[in-house]
Design a binder for this molecule. Structure first.
Ligand code: GRF
Length: 206
């Protein structure tokens, strides 16, 4: 059976290691053949995001939308939405994957992409929404930390939870050592969450 092509658009601001993990999983697990899905584009709000080079090396379309060039958050989000929409169709709009994308999105953008907008947050939500999650987990004396893949809703870091990973907080941990331990697990759960989402859409469409 021919599958409806499903585009994935990944938004980054920096290193892009989660984006790279998703791209590699797509290749290794043959998402194109299995799910009709492909990473169509990587969009960054920063021209110097290191992840752009990786994406270009993989032959993936990249685009920089510098948020400082827009007069308002709304204007930037409208341009972003237009850039994303180019990669899908009205019948099958792209899955939008936030991977270290350091921008708060407007309610209008979130509403427009509701149900197909995923994020990864480096904490065990609902604990430690916002920034500096690892230091806050250490300061709170947590014995465990982790990461959460969730649907994005209008409230920050509060949408439905899709996947979580758990790691121990070890004696002597700094925010950097803990962040590295958590990040390694992000690279496992984010591709899995994306694949599950795509498979569910494929099933719904069948
Ligand atoms: C990850 O820890 C992610 O959870 C957080 O920012 C970091 C991004 O890392 N939102 P990378 O750009 O995917 O390497």
């Amino acid at each position: 059976m021919k599958k409806t092509p499903q585009a994935i658009v990944i938004l980054i601001s920096g290193g892009g290691s989660n984006m790279a993990a998703i791209v590699r999983a797509a290749q290794k697990e043959a998402w194109a053949e299995q799910l009709g899905a492909h990473v169509a584009a990587v969009i960054s709000n920063k021209a110097n995001a290191r992840g752009l080079q990786f994406a270009q090396g993989q032959g993936i379309a990249t685009q920089v939308l510098d948020h400082t060039a827009y007069g308002s958050r709304e204007a930037f989000d409208q341009a972003l939405a237009a850039a994303i929409a180019q990669h899908g169709t009205p019948e099958c709009p792209p899955l939008v994957v936030l991977a270290g994308f350091m921008r708060i999105l407007t309610p209008a953008f979130v509403e427009q992409h509701a149900g197909r907008l995923l994020n990864i947050h480096p904490s065990l939500l609902p604990a430690f929404t916002g920034l500096h999650t690892h230091q806050r987990a250490i300061d709170a004396g947590c014995k465990f930390a982790g990461a959460t893949v969730h649907q994005v809703s209008a409230e920050l870091d509060a949408g439905a939870i899709l996947e979580q990973s758990v790691v121990p907080v070890l004696p002597g941990d700094t925010q950097d050592t803990l962040a590295a331990r958590v990040l390694a697990t992000e690279h496992l759960i984010y591709p899995r969450a994306v694949r599950t989402w795509l498979a569910q859409r494929t099933r719904r469409a069948a």
